[in-house]
Design a protein around this ligand. Structure first.
Ligand code: S3P
Length: 450
């Protein structure tokens, strides 16, 4: 089943060169945060370029349920009339976050220090994912939570009536956990301190500062120390959401492995906490260049130009880079199948608790398509067969995971035989225009009979 409907089986056939421009949609992380921070501001936040994927639409609906006025003006232009920090109303219904871990974890943080109760649920994927990583630190503020065994959704959170500020060292590299604690800290008096040993995506910190919160970030021997002063009045903003590097990864990787391809992916944010995949591909010998480098809204941005790269080499991906490319390992493993030699990916335990167990989902599917994959609890290796030598031909399970679905469709574009997936429905959570965009470049995608 896809997250919001019947399964959509799809097939990707070997295709001719991919060429043209791939204008990918807005950044998913920034889109969620724009709606949530807009809802926590006093006045009207205007957003352009919002990702209208199901994950973000579910967050928009949630913000309405907590009392914000969220309006879709068409063409990616949205506005949010916020209720202010501490101003959330109690929702009358269960909050359905669909497939989105970012949505549910950030919203839990945002309501945790208000005197309201809310119940959260999601699809089968989200309801299997760990929530204690968020409810444990929220309990330090005084928030109570009642969920299923193993800290799973559906779950009810009772917001702290008299929240206290918190100092919390995030035990795993997770921007969602960091962000949940910071959002909860907004309505606690005094200073909330979050320490992360490894830098993860820093959109929450940047955007909180943009909305007028008082926040400092220090690099120390213990890691990044983020100090937020609670109970600010957040000021509404005009936000132009940059295009998503995690979506750009798909046309970029496809262009590198399909012979003769030359694809331009305009306006991609190259925030160092997000751009690890592109560095890794270049280390593998990819013909990937940054054109028209510029700064937009305080973030480094470039047009990415990806050309067919016949001489890709397997590498050991530095584990220090994992957090900056955590969502890109599935599609990297596809590129690795077309490289000469082994690609080694270590320090990636978090891949096992994403929308699916992404190591397992990719390992099973790649093996079925003729690729050797080895795996351990927090590492995996892909032994590349080199360009033109990847058999393909199998049908893979997408496990309600958009990035698994898109990765196998990219595999089919350059394999010797077509690759199918059981369900392309989840693609709509993050990249609703994937199919027309990729076929517009020359991919041979089709929906098959269920
Ligand atoms: C995200 C953080 C990451 C990432 C997810 C988006 C965010 O999750 O995988 O797609 O927007 O904060 P973790 O916090 O679980 O690493």
């Amino acid at each position: 089943m896809s997250s919001h409907g019947a399964p959509i089986p799809m097939t990707s056939r070997p295709c001719g060169p991919l060429s043209g421009q791939a204008a990918v949609p807005g950044d998913k992380s920034i889109s969620h945060r724009s709606l949530i921070l807009g809802a926590l501001s006093v006045g009207k936040t205007e957003i352009s370029g919002l990702l209208e994927g199901q994950d973000v639409l579910d967050t928009a609906a949630a913000m309405r349920a907590f009392g914000a006025e969220v309006t879709d003006h068409g063409g990616g232009n949205w506005s949010v009339h916020g209720v202010g920090v501490g101003g959330f109303a109690e929702p009358e219904q269960v909050i359905d976050c669909g497939n989105s871990g970012t949505g549910v974890r950030l919203i839990m943080g945002a309501m945790a220090t208000s005197p309201i109760t809310a119940t959260f649920s999601g699809d089968a994927s989200l309801n299997g994912r760990p929530m204690a990583r968020v409810t444990d630190p929220l309990a330090l503020f005084g928030t109570r939570s009642y969920g299923r065994d193993g800290g799973r959704l559906p779950m009810t959170l009772v917001g702290a009536k008299n929240p206290v500020p918190v100092e919390y060292k995030v035990p795993m590299p997770s921007a969602q956990v960091k962000s949940a604690v910071l959002l909860a800290g907004l309505n606690a008096p005094g200073q909330t301190v979050v320490i992360e040993a490894e830098a993860t995506r820093d959109h929450t910190e940047r955007m909180l500062a943009g909305f007028g919160a008082s926040l400092t970030v220090e690099e120390t021997d213990a890691g990044r120390v983020i100090t937020l002063t609670g109970q600010p009045e957040l000021k509404p903003q005009k936000i132009d959401v940059p295009r998503d590097p995690s979506s750009a990864a798909f046309p970029v990787c496809a262009a590198l492995i399909v012979p003769g391809s030359d694809v331009l992916v305009p306006g991609i944010g190259l925030n160092p906490t997000r751009a690890g995949l592109f560095t890794t591909l270049r280390d593998m010998g990819a013909d990937l260049t940054y054109e028209n480098e510029r700064t937009e809204g305080g973030e480094p941005v470039a047009d990415l130009r990806a050309r067919f790269s016949p001489n890709l080499k397997g590498i050991e991906v530095p584990s220090a880079r994992a957090a900056s490319m955590i969502d890109e390992y599935p599609v990297l493993s596809v590129v690795a199948a077309f490289a000469e030699g082994q690609t080694v990916m270590r320090g990636v335990k978090e891949l096992r608790v994403k929308e699916s167990d992404r190591i397992d989902a990719m390992a099973v599917g790649l093996r079925a398509n003729g690729i050797t994959v080895d795996e351990g609890p927090d590492w995996w290796t892909v032994t590349g067969r080199g360009h033109g030598k990847v058999p393909g031909g199998a049908t893979c399970a997408s496990h309600l995971d958009h990035r698994i679905a898109m990765s196998f469709l990219v595999l089919g574009m350059a394999a010797q035989s077509a690759v199918s997936i059981d369900d392309g429905g989840p693609i709509a959570t993050s990249f609703p225009i994937f199919e027309p965009l990729m076929t517009g470049l020359g991919a041979a995608l089709e929906r098959s009979e269920a």
